[in-house]
Design a protein around this ligand. Structure first.
Ligand code: HSE
Length: 309
């Protein structure tokens, strides 16, 4: 049995256009690094590394430790009998729309599962969803599933943890992060309770196109279906400069443009000119007096162990 493990769990793009609470893509960076060790003193002992983004250091309010505790509960391991020391280096910016709480939650659940020899991935997924729910206010799987499994995922049934895993084609995404913080719990309150029939029909078509494009490697099809009538129309109001960044990106050659998760990060898929598109998005936001930065990334492979003793 191992006594110390270090895991990496990366950022994700949830919703991915038409798949509100359903689609998610794992990115290869940025990521959270979490080290967990079995210690003599029972309970969860959490340390948040100063080099990373600040997050709660109270184990009851941190996604990583909540997920680890939930994994212990699901595995019938009492926190009064086992001690876990956790050190979290937060590399995914909280409130960015890049699945920050999910990456911590997956890291916490995954590391605890490694140390406690729990092999059932659904248990890890369930525990991570619980940890993620600490910050979003409502557990949902469209960040934790791709973060854990890698690639592109489709949540088929949240209650039963049915998740479709698709190996995405090679692609490069440009992610632009404006200097705005959006709280997922607040952004979720904007989502309408009902969808008009016209939009429902459109969503079925777009979602089918995305899944087919993922399976066949058709980037142009994926990009042309990157549409959303559920969250983008209401949430773009939280992202000042959204329309300017969008038109700049498209003018620079981006094939698509949408909000990542609940935002404020926005993302595009492009075949060429990734740096020019990133600079165009930053320039678009700057015209709305919002500073922003961009990075280029690709689909990631999911949570992984980087060290074990
Ligand atoms: N599907 C979620 C949402 C992702 O859009 O609210 C953010 O956690």
């Amino acid at each position: 049995m191992s006594s110390r493990v270090r895991v990496e769990a990366s950022a994700t793009v949830a919703n991915f256009g038409p798949g509100y609470d359903t689609f998610g893509l794992c990115l290869d960076q940025p990521s959270d690094l979490l080290e967990m060790a079995i210690v003599e003193k029972p309970g969860i002992h959490l340390q948040v590394a100063e080099e990373g983004f600040p997050v709660p250091s109270d184990p009851e309010f941190n996604s990583a430790s909540v997920a680890a505790m939930e994994l212990m509960r699901l595995a019938d391991v009492s926190v009064n009998s086992v001690g876990l020391a956790i050190r979290l280096l937060k590399g995914v910016r909280p409130g960015s729309g890049l699945g920050s709480s999910a990456s911590s939650a997956v890291a916490g659940a995954y590391a605890a599962a490694e140390l406690l020899d729990i092999e059932d991935q659904r248990t890890v997924l369930r525990a991570a969803a619980q940890g993620e729910g600490v910050s979003s206010g409502a557990p949902h799987l469209d960040n934790v599933a791709p973060c854990l499994f890698g690639g592109f995922t489709v949540v088929l049934d949240q209650e039963r943890l049915r998740v479709l895993r698709i190996h995405p084609p090679r692609m490069r995404l440009v992610i632009c992060l404006p200097d705005i913080v959006v709280e997922t719990s607040k952004a979720r309150k904007l989502i309408p309770n009902e969808l008009r029939m016209k939009n429902t029909i459109a969503h079925v078509g777009w979602a089918s196109g995305i899944v087919h494009g993922m399976n066949t490697g058709d980037l142009k099809l994926i990009a042309s279906c990157m549409m959303d009538e559920i969250s983008v129309p209401v949430r773009k109001t939280l992202i000042r400069g959204y329309d300017l960044a969008r038109s700049s990106a498209i003018a620079a050659g981006a094939l698509s443009f949408s909000i990542s998760g609940s935002g404020p990060a926005v993302f595009t898929i492009a075949e060429n000119n990734h740096n020019e598109i990133g600079e165009a998005m930053v320039e678009g936001f700057s015209r709305a007096n919002v500073s922003a930065s961009y990075f280029i990334t690709s689909p990631g492979a999911g949570a992984r162990v980087v060290m074990m003793e």
